[in-house]
Design a protein around this ligand. Structure first.
Ligand code: OAD
Length: 249
């Protein structure tokens, strides 16, 4: 796998490639965090509308606070750790430096715990909270509820999980587009390709001249947009991919 002449030829011509990596829930599955679309469209037994939309938060804030408190609690419990796919991407960054960018749809903090620094959390993070009025962000490791008030506004406003819900605009989009535009290689790992704009990144990168690779348990919805697609566990495919790239650069 990944021995196609095409990528080898590209890396011979350009041994200092810029690599942009998009990750989704599949990369964290082997760390014990559930993916989104493996349970009849329910996320930990709740519908997306209930727990991942501004309307759901307005209808039942207590449920939404509790839902993200449980996710944050699990993440910080000491039972969830980065797996070797996260570690391999940190090693890739150590080898390529600023030419390696990870854009994640995941709201866990496993990439940063593995050592990745060039990281963009396009869907927010469980370890962030924000003021509902000013949207000012705070690092947040404790439970969050409606009693917590911001310190940025007068009068003070409520805080909410800093997660990008459906109907909201993902973070860092200008920055991400620039990286995709400059990418020599784009790699999508562990994402089903159901949620835009991330689902369109491969196409954009492809049209900007990048070589595109998918590493996923099964072919994603957007598999036809990739130059190469490999099916398997992230814990197997990602370290192999990183070894290959590091040996060629
Ligand atoms: P999904 O649950 O839609 O897709 C996860 C993908 O990972 C699936 O295609 C699985 O086959 C694959 N997969 C599962 N285990 C794997 C493993 N061990 N190794 C490799 N691949 C594996 O999750 P996302 O595509 O990340 O949005 O979902 C995108 C967004 O939808 C999320 O960020 C979230 C959700 O609603 C927000 O929270 C805003």
């Amino acid at each position: 796998m990944l021995s196609k002449n095409d990528i080898e030829r590209r890396l011979k011509a350009n041994p200092h490639p810029k690599i942009v990596i998009l990750t989704g829930a599949g990369i964290s599955a082997e760390s014990g965090i559930k993916t989104f679309r493996d349970n009849n469209g329910l996320w930990e037994n709740h519908s997306v509308e209930e727990v991942a939309t501004p309307e759901g938060f307005a209808a039942n804030p207590a449920l939404v606070y509790r839902f993200y408190n449980e996710r944050r609690g699990q993440l910080l419990s000491g039972e969830v750790h980065p797996n070797i796919a996260h570690t391999a991407l940190a090693e890739l960054e150590a080898a390529l430096g600023d030419n390696c960018i990870v854009v994640t749809q995941n709201v866990d903090n496993l990439h940063e715990r593995a050592g990745t620094q060039n990281l963009l959390h396009m869907h927010g993070a469980l370890t962030w909270a924000k003021c509902v009025n000013s949207h000012q962000r705070l690092d947040w490791l404790d439970d969050l509820n409606s009693e917590h008030k911001c310190t940025c506004c007068q009068p003070q406003h409520a805080m909410r999980p800093d997660i990008v819900w459906f109907g909201e605009i993902p973070y860092y989009m200008d920055n991400i587009q620039q990286h995709l535009y400059e990418a020599d290689i784009f790699v999508s790992i562990g994402t089903s390709g159901n949620v835009y704009p991330a689902a369109g990144f491969a196409d954009f990168a492809n049209q900007s001249g990048a070589y595109t690779i998918e590493l996923n348990l099964e072919p994603s919805n957007g598999v036809s947009m990739f130059d190469e697609s490999h099916c398997g566990l992230a814990s197997e495919l990602v370290p192999r991919f990183v070894k290959k790239i590091v040996s060629l650069t």
